[in-house]
Design a protein around this ligand. Structure first.
Ligand code: SF4
Ligand code: SF4
Length: 358
């Protein structure tokens, strides 16, 4: 067993590097001031239909608002981040009306939850190896990728991984914001890193570029208006007043990251699992709109795109066709207006009317 706690921290950092993480750091497992706004944000309905965000403990308090209540044993949070950027254009750099846009994070060959969790377990194992647990001082750890009762980006800030930008993403000065985060809660008291300073300054590019005005104020996002939420989480029809702003987005939206100056020189990853699956960069709208159930299963096995289901994908493709200004889509939209899936049929009716200007 190692004597110094600083040596344990060095081992964790090395293990994170060896596992393929680009960044890592340690935050104290205390309730950061950013979490004070979380109950207010939920109460205002800004989480939309994402009910998991509203998970409560047995006292009826929001789990994500207080780590010290849901994991009172935790003393430190190890935050690891991996860059998923690949050498492909940003959504703001391509404009082919016959094609849609799938968010960068969803292109990968392997589901990012699995890719990050696998690496996180490697770091967790190194932690256990360096600090053997015994009856007097048992070592408890828990690893999470998106699934824990924790707002990861807040702890990423306090672990020095990056600051929370006005677009609410974690941004690192050298790597940009194309980062997947994973966290390990531990009962071990590790020395925390310094929080990353906010480098947004007077910039407001993300707020100005957001097509649906979802960034209500700096650092304040209303999910109900965000294209990421609408295309991925929202079930059924999308509110009509937000459809035009969706442009050609099919799954997720990268605009507020594409325009961020800190992503201008964001490096590309060397990890092969984040390379795109065939056809997902700038995908043909007709391919998505006409996709059969079997093709959907095949194309998106183990992909985050399964989350929106075939209905959501075809609904969004129909809306994108309506926004394209491309009248060649009218025959296909005409066919879709009679689709057995009413969400798709209704979206196609709207899209056709928009193209016809009626
Ligand atoms: S992801 Fe798109 S819609 Fe959501 S805040 Fe960013 S720019 Fe706006
Ligand atoms: S675009 Fe500007 S304001 Fe928005 S996150 Fe990036 S640096 Fe911050």
């Amino acid at each position: 067993m190692l004597s110094g706690i600083s040596q344990v921290k060095a081992i964790v950092r090395r293990a994170a590097e060896e596992a393929g993480f680009d960044l890592s750091g340690v935050a104290p497992a205390t309730d950061a001031p950013e979490l004070n706004h979380f109950p207010e944000w939920i109460a205002a309905g800004h989480a939309g239909e994402m009910k998991y965000m509203e998970a409560k403990d047995e006292r009826g308090d929001l789990k994500r608002a207080s780590l010290s209540r849901v994991a009172p044993w935790a003393r430190s949070v190890v935050v690891c981040a991996v860059n998923y950027n690949t050498d492909h254009p940003y959504s703001t750099q391509v404009n082919d009306p016959s094609r849609g846009w799938i968010s960068r994070y969803a292109w990968s060959r392997e589901d990012y939850h699995d890719a990050v969790f696998r690496r996180l377990r490697q770091v967790e194992a190194a932690l256990h190896e360096s600090v053997p647990s015994d009856a007097q001082a048992p070592l408890t750890t828990r690893s999470y990728v998106d699934t824990g009762p924790i707002v990861e980006r807040v702890f990423a800030k306090y672990a020095g991984v990056g600051w929370i930008g006005k677009n609410t993403c974690i941004i690192n000065q050298k790597k940009g914001s194309w980062l997947f985060l994973g966290v390990i809660l531990t009962s071990l008291e590790l020395e925390p890193d310094l929080p990353a300073p906010d480098r947004c300054g007077t910039c407001t590019r993300c707020i100005e570029a957001c097509p649906t005005d979802a960034i209500l104020a700096p650092y304040h996002l209303d999910s109900n208006k965000c294209i990421s939420y609408l295309t991925i989480e929202k079930r059924g029809s999308i509110p009509e007043d937000l459809r035009t702003g969706m442009g050609r987005h099919i799954f997720g939206c990268d605009i507020c990251q594409d325009v961020c100056p800190w992503n201008r020189k964001a490096p590309a990853t060397t990890l092969p699992e984040f390379e795109p699956r065939p056809g997902l960069v700038n995908p043909a709208l007709t391919w998505l709109a006409e996709m059969s159930a079997e093709e959907f299963r095949e194309a998106f096995r183990g992909s985050p795109l399964r989350r929106t289901k075939r209905t959501g994908l075809r609904r969004d493709a129909a809306i994108a066709m309506g926004n394209s200004g491309h009248r060649d889509f009218i025959p296909l939209l005409d066919k879709l207006t009679a689709d057995e899936d009413e969400t798709v049929a209704e979206s196609a009716r709207w899209a056709k009317a928009r193209l016809l200007g009626t």
